[in-house]
Design a protein around this ligand. Structure first.
Ligand code: GUN
Ligand code: ZN
Length: 444
C-alpha cells in the first residue's frame, strides 16, 4: 500500500453538538456509527464509510487495524494537567495550600535539571497516551527547560500540546522563582521557537494569583495582547482558603477572577482550572470573554476543594471542559474523572449523562480551545488522533456490559456503564496523527 495510509475498522462514537444536561434519550449531537471504516492518510482522516462499502480505488492494499466490537473515539483532550506532578500523585492528607508546600513545590524543584525534565516529559506523554489522551493543556514548572522538554517530545510525535513555562515570582521556595524580566525573555524565546510550530502552541502560564507579583501579572497580560494566538492558563477559585488569601493580597480587585481580568488575561483562549468559588459577576465576565473553565473532578474531591456546579455553569452559557489535574487529581484517566464528575453533580441533584461528559472531553474542549477543525471528531480533515476501547475489563464490567448490550438496553446504558466502570485497562490502542503510540496486550 501507499506509505502513510491506514484503515481503522470498528464502532465509531463522537459528537456533532453539545448534548447539554438533556435526558440521555433526548440528548442532541450523539453520533454512533457501527462497523465503519476510517481511512487515514499522512496523519489525517480522509474518509469515513460503512464497512460494507467498497474502498476507494488505490486503497485495496492499505493496512487495516480490525477493531470490530471495540469502541473507536476521538482521543481525549485533558485541558489541565501538571507534568511534574506524576511524582506526587496520591499524596496523603492535605488541602491545596499545604499540599503545594508539602509535596508539589519540592517535586517541581527537581525539574531545573534538564535530564529530569527530559525524562519527566517522556514519562508523562507516554502516560497520557496509555490513558487514551491525545491532546493536553499542560503545566510544566517555572524552569524554561521543562517547557522545552514537553514541546520537543510532543513535536517529535506530532501531538497537539499547549504549554508554557510557569510564571511565579513570589510565595514559593528558592529554586522555583523567576523574575519579571527573565521570565518575559524566556516566554518570548519559547513563543518564537514553539508557538505554531507543527501542533505546538504556547500558553502564558500564570501558576495562580498568589505566586505572581502585580508586576508579573501586568507582563503576562502584555504577552497575551502582543503575541497573536497564544493561550493563557492558570488556576482560579479552587479552594476557600486560597480565595481568602487572594482577597488579602489584592485588596483592590473585585474578585479573584478580576485579578486576572483587569490585566487582560481573560479571553477566548484562556483556560481556568477549577472555578468552583466564583460569583454571578465572574460568570458574566467568563461568558463575555469566551473563556473556559477546566473542571477537575478527581482533584476537587481528593483535595477537598468543593463541588463544581456544572449544570449552573451550563445555564449561564459558560464553556466547561474536563481535566485530570494530576497530581491534585488522582488519575490521568478521563473516564475515571468522568465517573467523579457524575458523582459531583449527583451530590447537587443533577445527573450528568455519559454523552455530556464524553462531549466535554472531545468536541466540547476542541471547540473551547478553537481547535475543532483539528481534533475532537471523527471527520474527514481532522487529524487522526484516536483512542480505541474495549467495552469491559474484568468480570464485573464484562457481566454488566453483556446485560446492557442485550436487546432492551439503550446505547446510553452501555456507554454509561463503560464510562463509570472503565479506566486505562479498557484501552486497546492510541493513535496520534495516524501513528500507534500505545497498544495493549489485548491487541498484540
Ligand atoms: N493552584 C496553584 N498551583 C496549583 C497546582 O499545582 N495544583 C492545583 N490543583 N492547584 C494549584
Ligand atoms: Zn492544577
Amino acid at each position: 500500500g501507499t506509505p502513510g495510509r491506514l484503515v481503522l475498522r470498528g464502532d465509531l462514537l463522537d459528537f456533532t453538538a453539545d448534548p447539554g444536561f438533556a435526558a440521555p434519550h433526548e440528548a442532541p449531537g450523539v453520533r454512533w456509527r457501527t462497523d465503519h471504516r476510517v481511512l487515514i492518510d499522512a496523519g489525517r482522516i480522509v474518509a469515513v464509510q460503512p464497512a460494507d462499502q467498497a474502498l476507494p480505488t488505490g486503497w485495496e492494499g492499505a493496512p487495516e487495524q480490525d477493531h470490530r466490537g471495540r469502541l473507536l473515539m476521538p482521543g481525549f483532550i485533558d485541558t489541565h494537567v501538571h507534568c511534574p506532578q506524576l511524582d506526587v500523585i496520591a499524596s496523603f492528607g492535605t488541602e491545596l495550600l499545604d499540599w503545594l508546600n508539602t509535596y508539589t513545590f519540592p517535586a517541581e524543584r527537581r525539574y531545573a535539571d534538564p535530564e529530569v525534565s527530559r525524562i519527566g516529559a517522556e514519562r508523562f506523554l507516554n502516560a497520557l497516551w496509555a490513558h487514551g489522551t491525545t491532546s493536553a493543556v499542560v503545566f510544566p514548572t517555572v524552569h524554561k527547560v521543562s517547557a522545552d522538554a514537553l514541546f520537543e517530545r510532543a513535536h517529535a510525535h506530532d501531538m497537539r500540546l499547549i504549554t508554557g513555562k510557569v510564571l511565579m515570582d513570589r510565595h514559593a521556595p528558592e529554586g522555583l522563582l523567576d523574575d519579571v524580566e527573565q521570565a518575559e525573555r524566556d516566554c518570548l524565546d519559547l513563543i518564537a521557537r514553539w508557538h505554531g510550530n507543527g501542533r505546538q502552541a504556547y500558553a502564558v502560564t500564570v501558576r495562580f494569583a498568589p505566586t505572581s507579583t502585580p508586576e508579573q501579572l501586568v507582563m503576562a497580560g502584555e504577552l497575551c495582547r502582543s503575541q497573536p494566538g497564544v493561550y493563557m492558563q492558570t488556576h482560579v477559585a479552587e479552594n476557600r482558603s486560597e480565595v481568602q488569601w487572594v482577597s488579602e493580597l489584592f485588596p483592590d480587585a473585585r474578585s479573584y477572577l478580576d485579578v486576572y481580568d483587569r490585566d487582560g488575561l481573560i479571553g477566548p483562549r484562556s483556560v481556568l482550572a477549577h472555578g468552583i468559588w466564583l460569583d454571578a459577576r465572574d460568570h458574566a465576565v467568563l461568558r463575555e470573554r469566551g473563556a473556559q473553565i477546566a473542571h477537575c473532578p478527581s482533584s476537587n474531591l481528593f483535595l477537598g476543594s468543593g463541588l463544581f456546579d456544572w449544570a449552573q455553569a451550563q445555564r449561564e452559557g459558560l464553556h466547561v471542559s474536563l481535566a485530570s489535574d494530576v497530581g491534585g487529581g488522582t488519575s490521568l484517566s478521563m473516564l475515571r474523572n468522568m465517573a467523579d464528575a457524575y458523582k459531583i453533580q449527583a451530590m447537587q441533584g443533577t445527573r450528568l449523562s455519559a454523552w455530556k461528559a464524553l462531549h466535554a472531553a472531545t468536541l466540547g474542549s476542541a471547540e473551547a480551545l478553537g481547535l475543532a477543525d483539528e481534533i475532537g471528531q471523527i471527520e474527514p480533515g481532522r487529524m487522526a488522533d484516536f483512542a480505541i476501547w474495549n467495552w469491559s475489563h474484568g468480570d464485573v464490567a464484562h457481566h454488566r456490559d453483556s446485560l446492557a448490550r442485550g436487546s432492551h438496553g439503550s446505547l446510553h446504558e452501555r456507554v454509561f456503564a463503560w464510562m463509570t466502570l472503565g479506566d486505562e485497562r479498557n484501552l486497546a490502542a492510541t493513535l496520534v496523527a495516524g501513528q500507534t503510540v500505545f497498544q495493549s496486550a489485548s491487541v498484540m
